[in-house]
Design a protein around this ligand. Structure first.
Ligand code: ATP
Length: 454
């Protein structure tokens, strides 16, 4: 079997064809680089979120969830530096009038018309989306849609310290939408103006911050390899140069993925120092500190932040799992080698024909498996076409009921990757899949001993 290298167009076309993502407001001509997720994309995003939450929050005894508001008091963004500093350098091409991020232009060539060095001077463009709170559209009522979820954690640091019954080190984690008026969104769901982030702010003593930065770099890299099963060869960890650092960061490492156009950021793991808590203490006039119980002195915690986009992970997983195989009989098939935990449908139940005797058996199997697994029933088209469709959407197992099932009370289980088949008794199917997709991972990650406050 011969595997083909995935291209960008392969993925966009598969996504539209099968219901992973569609251009948003398509019937009105869409709106620049904005996407609506279809029934498969929605499931996959949900699975990614759940795996992240399980690894970052549920399995640890010192990371806690939060759901903070998207629209906040604008002072949050003034104190955080976003109103004055959250900018990208913008240039216009004098030849084609295209607008680009100056730091995305390679070798002084316009990405659109390919003419060299004919750009306006750089000017800073602020990425915050503005809106107005209430009926009056004046400066006093300006508010911003959050450009990152992180500030929700910083402004709630004291609330958490008072309620979680732990001393630092501890983390606050959030999944939610963020908004950036990107100059050049694009490359499918890689860069959009509305996207979903999964971020965790880990508060620790300043002298432990370097150690925890290293710790989180390794934890996050391991997650991609072990849980999302992304091949190690497609990932790399890259430390930022000093001139790349964001305005809040002391040091940042990116986990990069080898996308069809080359290496691109998947996740940033930033050492934010005490920048944010200090800024909010100054901005709000409130004391935001932690207590060192050994010397009874207050200090400002440092922060390590792993931050990633759900949409970007989905794109990376699609790239990593897409395959076009030449089969021995001269046919070819497209398949997504998705891990079972991400696959939008884990088991497809397919009666060989629409004949009355077979469909009730298949429907009963669906009902039986539905409680534990994501299951789909499909009786349309030939069995070969149905297998190909399930391969394309990454379904790891197909269960086929045929006329023998009426006698032997057994079905055929077909494996996506090897296309091998196995005959299993219907009464044993649930156990069989429970064992196959064993999620019996009970390990709790004890990140650091903690002290219960009394
Ligand atoms: P870039 O340099 O690509 O603009 P960034 O360094 O500004 O990204 P961060 O602020 O570190 O990005 O955001 C954390 C993560 O959020 C990124 O690693 C990425 O996965 C995701 N992300 C950021 N901007 C976007 C976007 N416009 N669309 C989709 N995902 C995004």
């Amino acid at each position: 079997m011969n595997d083909k290298q995935v291209t960008f167009d392969d993925l966009v076309s598969l996504s539209k064809r099968r219901g992973i993502a569609f251009p948003s407001s398509d019937i009105y001509g869409g709106i620049q680089s904005t996407w609506d997720y279809g029934y498969l994309g929605t499931e996959m995003k949900r699975n990614i979120r759940e795996l992240w939450w399980k690894n970052v929050v549920q399995k640890r005894d010192n990371v806690f969830g939060i759901e903070a508001a998207i629209i906040t008091n604008p002072s949050v963004w003034e104190a955080s530096g976003h109103v004055s500093n959250f900018t990208d350098p913008l240039v216009d091409c004098l030849e084609c009038n295209g607008r680009f991020r100056a730091d995305h232009i390679v070798d002084d060539v316009c990405p659109e018309c390919r003419v060299k060095t004919k750009f306006t001077d750089e000017r800073n463009f602020n990425l915050l989306f503005k809106t107005y709170v209430g009926p009056v559209e004046d400066d006093a009522n300006i508010a911003y849609l959050r450009p990152e979820t992180a500030q929700g954690m910083f402004v709630n640091f004291t609330n958490y310290q008072n309620t979680i019954r732990r001393k630092i080190p501890f983390g606050i984690a959030q999944i939610g939408k963020s908004f950036r008026n990107e100059i050049t969104p694009g490359q499918f769901i890689f860069r959009t103006r509305e996207f979903e982030q999964m971020e965790m702010e880990f508060f620790c003593a300043p002298e432990e911050s370097k150690k925890f930065h290293e710790y989180w770099k390794k934890e996050r890299m391991d997650w991609y390899i072990n849980e999302l099963q992304i091949p190690e060869s497609k990932l790399r960890l890259r430390d930022h140069e000093k001139d790349e650092l964001a305005h809040y960061s002391d040091a940042t490492a990116d986990i990069e993925f080898n996308f069809p156009w080359g290496w691109g950021e998947l996740e940033g793991i930033a050492h934010r120092g005490d920048f944010d808590l200090s800024a909010h203490a100054t901005g709000s006039g409130k004391k935001i500190t932690a207590l060192n119980i050994e010397n009874n002195e207050h200090f400002i915690p440092h922060v390590i932040e792993p931050a990633v986009g759900v949409d970007r992970i989905l794109f990376a997983i699609l790239c990593a799992s897409y395959n076009e195989e030449q089969l021995e009989d001269g046919e070819s098939r497209i398949l997504l080698r998705l891990p079972e935990s991400i696959a939008p449908i884990q088991i497809a139940v397919l009666p060989l024909s629409k004949k009355d005797e077979l469909t009730p058996i298949a429907r009963n199997i669906v009902e039986d498996l539905r409680e534990n697994f994501r299951v789909e029933y499909d009786e349309t088209q030939s069995i070969g076409k149905r297998y190909r469709r399930q391969d394309e959407i990454g379904t790891p197992y197909c269960v086929t009921c045929d006329f023998d099932s009426l006698d032997d009370q057994a079905v055929t289980v077909r494996f996506r990757d090897s296309m091998e088949q196995e005959r299993i008794k219907i009464s044993e199917l649930k156990n069989y899949f429970n064992l196959k997709m064993n999620t019996n991972d009970k390990k709790v990650i004890l990140l650091h001993p903690y002290i219960i406050m009394v």
